[in-house]
Design a protein around this ligand. Structure first.
Ligand code: BDR
Ligand code: CA
Length: 312
C-alpha cells in the first residue's frame, strides 16, 4: 500500500476524503494533520479526531498545525459551505484520545523519516503546514514521493473569487512556496473537481445504515443545501475526495506537466494559480496539473468505498 499523510481542514468534503482513504486498501494512512481553513483549527482538529474514532482508526495519529496563513491576515472561513463547526451541524461522538502532543509539522517529519517507502503527502486544505515543513525541514520534505494537493485551477476559475480557489486563496504565500519547492506536485484543481460530483440519490444505499452512513447522509444534506443555493444544482462537488482518488487510481485524472506559480498580491487575482498551459514562460514544469477526470468512475469509487465502511 502507498504510505500517505493527509493534511486537512475537515470540512465536509474532507471528511468524505478521509473516509475514502480509510476504506481503500491501496493506501496506508500513517497520519492526519490539521490546518485552519474551512473552519478554525480547534474545530478542524476536533473533527479529525472524532471522524477517525467513528471510522475505528484511533490508531492514526492526529496532530494540529497552523490556524492562520503565513502572511495573509484577511482570509476567513466561510461558514455557509461547511457550517460553523465544519461538519454542517453533524455531531460525532468524542474520541477517547486527545490530539497528538507533536505539532503537525513534527508529526510529518517523524512519519516521513520513519517510513521505509517514500510517503505521499495529500493536502486537502490551505497549504500552510506543508509550506512550514518545506521551510523548516527541506531535507525531510525532499524525501516525499510527491505532494498531491486539492487547489487552484488551470484556467481562470474560482470559488472564492472569480480567479481563486479557496485553499490557494486562503494562504497564497504558502501555496507559492509549495509549487516552488522542487518536490513533485500533482495539482487537482477546480478544472476537474467541479466535475467530481455526487448526486443526493447516489447515497440512497446508505439510508438505514450504520453510524458512518448516518454521518455521511447528514453532512451531504447540509452540503447539498449549500450547492443548491449557490448553483441551483443539488449535486455536490467532492473536491478533496478526488485528490485522494487520484492517488488510489491515478488514471482517474489526466494530467499535464506544466509550470505553476501563485499570485500573492493581485488586487483581483490574489490566490490565483497561474498555470502556463501554453509554456509561454519557457519555465521548467513544476507540477502535474489535472485537466480531465473520469467523473463516473470517480463517483463509483467514492460511493462504493464509503458504503463499505460500516461493515468493517
Ligand atoms: C476546497 O475548499 C474547501 O471548501 C474544500 O474542503 C476543498 O478543500 C475546494 O475549493
Ligand atoms: Ca478541504
Amino acid at each position: 500500500a502507498i504510505p500517505v499523510i493527509i493534511d486537512t481542514d475537515p470540512g465536509i468534503d474532507d471528511a468524505l476524503a478521509l473516509m475514502l482513504a480509510v476504506a481503500s486498501p491501496e493506501l496506508d494512512l500513517l497520519a492526519v494533520t490539521t490546518v485552519g481553513g474551512n473552519t478554525g483549527l480547534a474545530h478542524t482538529t476536533e473533527n479529525a479526531l472524532r471522524l477517525m474514532h467513528l471510522l475505528g482508526r484511533d490508531d492514526v495519529p492526529v496532530a494540529a498545525g497552523a490556524d492562520v496563513p503565513l502572511v495573509r491576515r484577511d482570509s476567513a472561513p466561510d461558514p455557509n459551505t461547511h457550517g460553523e463547526d465544519g461538519f454542517g451541524g453533524v455531531r460525532l461522538d468524542p474520541a477517547p484520545r486527545g490530539v497528538d502532543a507533536r505539532s503537525a509539522v513534527q508529526l510529518m517529519v517523524d512519519v516521513i523519516e520513519g517510513s521505509a517507502e517514500p510517503v505521499t503527502l495529500i493536502a486537502l486544505g490551505p497549504l500552510t503546514n506543508v509550506a512550514v515543513l518545506i521551510a523548516a525541514f527541506p531535507d525531510v520534505a525532499a524525501k516525499l514521493e510527491r505532494i498531491v494537493l486539492m487547489g487552484g485551477g488551470a484556467r481562470v476559475i474560482g470559488n472564492m473569487t472569480p480567479a481563486a480557489e479557496f485553499n490557494i486563496w486562503y494562504d497564497p504565500d504558502a501555496a507559492a512556496r509549495v509549487f516552488a519547492a522542487g518536490i513533485p506536485v500533482t495539482m487537482v484543481g477546480l478544472d476537474v473537481t467541479h466535475f467530481a460530483l455526487t448526486a443526493p440519490d447516489d447515497w440512497d444505499g446508505l439510508r438505514g445504515g450504520g453510524p458512518v452512513a448516518q454521518a455521511v447522509l447528514g453532512m451531504v444534506e447540509f452540503y447539498t443545501a449549500y450547492h443548491l443555493a449557490m448553483s441551483g444544482n443539488p449535486s455536490t462537488a467532492q473536491h478533496d475526495s478526488l485528490a485522494v482518488a487520484a492517488v488510489i487510481q491515478p488514471s482517474l485524472v489526466t494530467t499535464r506537466s506544466l509550470y505553476v506559480d501563485v499570485e500573492c498580491a493581485g488586487a483581483l487575482t490574489r490566490g490565483m494559480t497561474v498555470v502556463d498551459v501554453d509554456n509561454v514562460a519557457k519555465a521548467a514544469p513544476n507540477a502535474d496539473v489535472a485537466l480531465e477526470v473520469d467523473a463516473d468512475a470517480f463517483n463509483r469509487l467514492l460511493v462504493s468505498r464509503v458504503a463499505e465502511l460500516d461493515a468493517r
